[in-house]
Design a protein around this ligand. Sequence first.
Ligand code: MCA
Ligand code: AMP
Length: 501
Amino acid sequence: MSNHLYDTLAAAHAGNTAPFIQRTGASDLSFDGFLAMAARLAHVLTENGLTPGDRVVVQAPKSVEMVALYIATIQAGGVFLPLNTAYTRDEVAYFVGDAEPKVIVCDPGSAAAMAGLAGQVGATLLTLGTDGSGTLTGGLAERPATFDTVQRDPGDLAALLYTSGTTGRSKGAMLTHDNLLSNARTLTSHWRITEGDVLIHALPIFHTHGLFVALNTSLIAGARVHFMPAFDLDAILAALPKATLLMGVPTFYTRLLADPRLTRERAANMRLFISGSAPLLAETHLAFTRRTGHHILERYGMTETNMITSNPYDGERRAGTVGQPLPGVEVRLTNPETGDPVAQAEVGMIEVRGPNVFKGYWRMPEKTAAELRDNGFFITGDLGQVSGDGYLSIVGRAKDLIITGGYNVYPKEIEDVLNDIAGVAESAVFGIPHADFGEAIIAAVVPEKGARPDPETLSHVVADKLARFKHPRRYEIVDALPRNTMGKVQKNVLRDRYAGA
Ligand code: MCA
Ligand code: AMP
């Protein structure tokens, strides 16, 4: 039986007693021990009715057991669907209703709230807490340490990752075994990840970056992972002298730089610092080099495409650019109106084609058709420009998107919530530069005639419906929104007005 992804990421490590996961306050977990944990979890999944192609929704705190659950889902032929732990019940209800999972795994603390949702779709509800305990892992030791891997082909689904969109409705990106494996193989070799590496893992594991980019590559290479529950400046600084690799969003690097304990000596054992998910300011890149002697390697990707471009391992890592297309990945720049390729050095829509590009949006053929061309090119919504020597710079976004601390927020989703509040005529949500998160969310709200919505009420309603990272940091009550002659709200005018204010 072959299972494209499992065979390479996991089965290859059978009998490998080298340490895989290293945690503070816990003994190391070997590759072999990790495989056994995943196999036992695969038994739990199938006992709960999982059959090939079924979805496993997971909204649980970061734990090694959750990583093993990802591998277990793949081994059992299922489709892994992790959710941001910050999502509210309303947000989760949408994903569960849309994906119709067979199994839902949640934090023990939210089991009562999730029971109804699970019941609505006929899913089994299991729990998994911060320390790895819960009904998912309760009787784990009694299960066999091996599992008959379910056959899966390269084009079969391995994961469903939801991304919000400009319409405000989230779309499930269908990622196949080969999408994940081809990209992980490319990154492992491009970034020279080997069994000699020790990766500091401080990212969440419900997104492409922390789950696939960081962990699939470590599994392929047989690298060791220093697994941290979340970003913790002290813990990362303490781990640097014994680590070789860090993957982070730009906020990681600005926070490290703000601490005088980050020195050339402390970073001397490090081989590579990688940044992605949001723009790394050239000034951060340069300041990091001045302080540590390391050139951060910036790369660019999307949930739908995995990683697209990367600065080189050898050769110049150019500040303010995201490097060149990865081997096997094609990038072209087109005119957003006509779809025709633009001339060299002109700004165009970034389109991407390759084995890394997803299969389409879950049960949304019209959205798939709008963004994925018949010829295989995916329209990213990012605007780019390529230098004469082939380095891509992201110069803007054709999509109305805010990236805050590496999380994507589509203003429409927040505007829809605000516009439904009594006394609100309309609203415009936009991002302004923020030293820590890159961008901070601001909402401009126009009251209905005679109404006086106050920011506190607005923020309460938003808090009830949307995850914390989507909450506007400020509400500006305004008489009218600036519009162009076509009647379109000019968010650039709002950005300029409130940036620094
Ligand atoms: C936390 N808060 C945030 C964010 N994170 N607000 C806006 N944006 C955020 N990203 C809230 C907290 O709830 C808290 O609210 C307040 O801000 C301060 O939190 P703080 O303790 O400073 O934050 P933190 O817990 O240290 O987290 C910041 C973080 C984290 C380390 C940057 O957000 C993070 O790990 N981001 C990584 C995101 C990521 O993995 N993106 C990859 C997406 P209160 O004060 O009310 O409690 S995958 C992707 O984009 C593609 C494929 C790619 O290319 O990788
Ligand atoms: P997501 O939809 O969460 O997968 O986020 C993908 C988006 O993040 C891309 O379309 C880009 O807008 C942005 N992004 C990812 N990496 C970078 C980067 N290195 N520089 C600028 N933007 C990035």
